[in-house]
Design a protein around this ligand. Structure first.
Ligand SMILES: [Zn+2]
Length: 216
């Protein structure tokens, strides 16, 4: 089996995502660059049909140029276009994680940037919510590509909110990208509560310039 270790890791991570409400039955997909030519990627309907409980062989090996399956059991999701937009934007990007993550979706659905409040998420900078484009559409992939090109340049760590839809996270490898998703979700949970505390007059949310550790 090609890229056995990487496909086992990916199958393991998508299970965790589902169990941790980092994606839901409506979708989500994950990919990782494993060579100059190939990515490994979760198959279409992974969430809807299998609740993300997939075997490593169901993780597809896909040729980046032809976007055809090299090995694996299943079909390619249409949302590969969003993943390829990230890989084509920056060769240093080695993994893309897309989820319908519970707490982040509050902000994504409101169409608002997420206040970045926790120390562990400071390295993300501004957590931007992109303009709406329909799920799986080329328009959505183009929206992602345009945002990366115009705002991000060579940044490898990215955390974007997809309006009314979910989140898109990138990094140099899958371990780091999934770590980012966890940090993003915790920050979303905190930010939602913090905004409510502020609004209810329980405690003012202050924006101070702390001496954050952004490297951990
Ligand atoms: Zn989606």
């Amino acid at each position: 089996m090609l890229y056995k270790k990487e496909r086992e890791q990916l199958a393991d991570i998508v299970k965790k995502m589902f169990n941790r409400y980092e994606t839901n039955t409506a979708g989500g997909n994950v990919s990782a660059r494993v060579s100059d030519q190939h990515i490994v990627m979760s198959p279409t309907l992974m969430s809807q049909r299998w609740h993300c409980d997939i075997s490593p062989y169901q993780v597809l090996v896909v040729d980046m140029e032809t976007e055809k399956i090299v090995e694996g059991d299943g079909a390619i999701t249409r949302e590969i276009n969003m993943h390829m937009a990230c890989y084509r934007h920056n060769r240093e990007i080695g993994a893309v994680v897309h989820g319908h993550s519970l707490y982040s979706m509050v902000f994504a659905t409101m169409g608002m940037d997420m206040p970045n409040l926790t120390e562990a998420s400071q390295k993300f900078g501004v957590i931007k919510c992109l303009d709406f484009a329909p799920a799986t559409s080329q328009e959505l992939a183009d929206t992602v590509a345009t945002y990366l090109r115009e705002n991000v340049k060579d940044q490898v760590t990215n955390t974007l909110l997809l309006n009314r839809h979910g989140v898109l996270v990138t990094d140099k490898n899958l371990e780091r990208a999934y770590d980012n998703l966890g940090r993003l979700e915790y920050n979303a949970y905190i930010a939602e509560k913090a905004l409510l505390f502020d609004k209810l007059g329980i405690m003012k949310l202050e924006n101070k310039d702390y001496n954050y550790n952004v490297h951990e």
